[in-house]
Design a protein around this ligand. Structure first.
Ligand code: RIB
Length: 294
C-alpha cells in the first residue's frame, strides 16, 4: 500500500465566532446582522484540515484551553482525521477569532489564549514528530520563538518548510534562511519586503493575490497563475486551503508551478461555502474541479 505523506503543522487552533452581515458597523454604531455561527478555525488547524482532506497523514502541534471550545474543536479535528496526540490542553481559554463576513470579504480579530503556550520549549518537546515529517507548515498566530524552534528542528532533519507569514510581523533573517517557501498575501508581502535584502526571499516567495491568482518564482523570474472564476461565498480560510494544497503538491513531487495550480484550485473550492474549513475539498473533488475547468 502506498505510504501517505507526513505533514506536521505547528500552529494556532481557534473557535471562529462568525457574524454575517451586509454592513460593517462604524465606531459607536449598532447594526443588526443576518446570521451567527461557531466554526472551528485557526490558521494551524485550518491548514491541518486542508491537508488531511487531500489525503495526507497530518500531525497538529498546538494548544487548546480546558473549556468547551477546546473540547469541541479536538473532537472535530479527530473526526476529520487529524492526529491531535500533540495538541495539549493548557490553563487558559481556547483561542478565538471574531470574524465579520460582509459581502464575501472578512475582517478578523484573534485572541490567542491557549495558542500563546506554543513556546520554543513546548515545540522542542515535540522534536521527534517534526523530524519524522516530509513537510512542516508554520504560521505566525503562535509565539515566534516556537515557530523559530520548529523551523530549526525541520532544517536539522532535512524537512521541507512552508511559512505562511500571517498575521505578518517582523521576521529574523535566520528564520527566513531555513525556510523553503514563504506564502504571504499581497499586503503581507509588502511588509515582509520592508528593510529586507531582496536576496533573502529569492526563489521562496509564493504570493496569494485573491482574485488575481498566485505569483511565484520560476527560473529567477516572478510568474503568475490566474485565479479560478468561481462564485465566492466566504474567503475565510482560502489562504490556509492554498497552503494545504501547495504542501500536498510539493510532497507529491509536482513542480512549484503545478503545486501552485493545485493549491489555487483547493483555495477556490474552499470559498464556495461559509466557514474556514467547511468548503475545503477532498483530493477527488479537486481533480473533478480541475478537469471541469479545462
Ligand atoms: O485564516 C483564517 C483563520 O484566521 C480563521 O479561521 C481564524 O481563526 C483566524 O485565525
Amino acid at each position: 500500500m502506498e505510504q501517505k505523506p507526513k505533514i506536521t503543522v505547528v500552529g494556532s487552533i481557534n473557535m471562529d465566532l462568525v457574524t454575517i452581515t451586509s454592513q460593517v458597523p462604524k465606531v459607536g454604531e449598532t447594526l443588526f446582522g443576518e446570521h451567527f455561527i461557531l466554526n472551528p478555525g485557526g490558521k494551524g488547524a485550518n491548514q491541518a484540515v486542508a491537508a488531511v482532506r487531500l489525503g495526507a497523514n497530518v500531525q497538529l502541534i498546538g494548544c487548546v484551553g480546558q473549556d468547551t471550545f477546546g473540547t469541541d474543536i479536538l473532537a472535530h479535528l479527530q473526526k476529520e482525521g487529524v492526529d491531535v496526540t500533540n495538541v495539549e490542553p493548557v490553563t487558559d481559554v481556547t483561542g478565538t477569532a471574531t470574524i465579520i463576513v460582509a459581502n464575501g470579504d472578512n475582517s478578523i480579530i484573534v485572541v490567542p489564549g491557549a495558542n500563546n503556550y506554543v513556546t520554543a520549549e513546548f515545540v522542542e518537546s515535540k522534536r521527534d514528530v517534526i523530524a519524522e515529517s516530509n513537510l512542516l507548515i508554520v504560521q505566525l498566530e503562535t509565539p515566534l520563538e516556537g515557530v523559530i524552534k520548529a523551523v530549526e528542528i525541520a532544517k536539522e532533519n532535512g524537512v521541507t518548510v512552508i511559512l505562511n507569514p500571517a498575521p505578518i510581523q517582523e521576521l529574523p533573517s535566520e528564520l527566513l534562511r531555513n525556510i523553503d517557501y514563504v506564502t504571504p498575501n499581497e499586503h503581507e508581502e509588502q511588509l515582509l519586503r520592508q528593510n529586507r535584502d531582496e536576496e533573502e526571499l529569492n526563489g521562496k516567495l509564493v504570493v496569494t493575490k485573491g482574485s488575481e491568482g498566485v505569483s511565484f518564482s520560476e527560473d529567477g523570474k516572478q510568474s503568475n497563475i490566474p485565479a479560478y472564476k468561481i462564485d465566492v461565498v466566504d474567503t475565510t480560510g482560502a489562504g490556509d486551503s492554498f497552503n494545504g494544497g501547495l504542501a500536498i503538491g510539493l510532497i507529491k513531487g509536482l513542480s512549484l508551478r503545478e503545486a501552485c495550480k493545485y493549491g489555487n484550485a483547493v483555495a477556490a473550492l474552499s470559498t464556495t461555502k461559509l466557514g474556514a474549513q467547511t468548503g475545503m475539498p477532498t483530493a477527488q473533488e479537486v481533480d473533478i474541479f480541475i478537469k471541469s475547468m479545462k
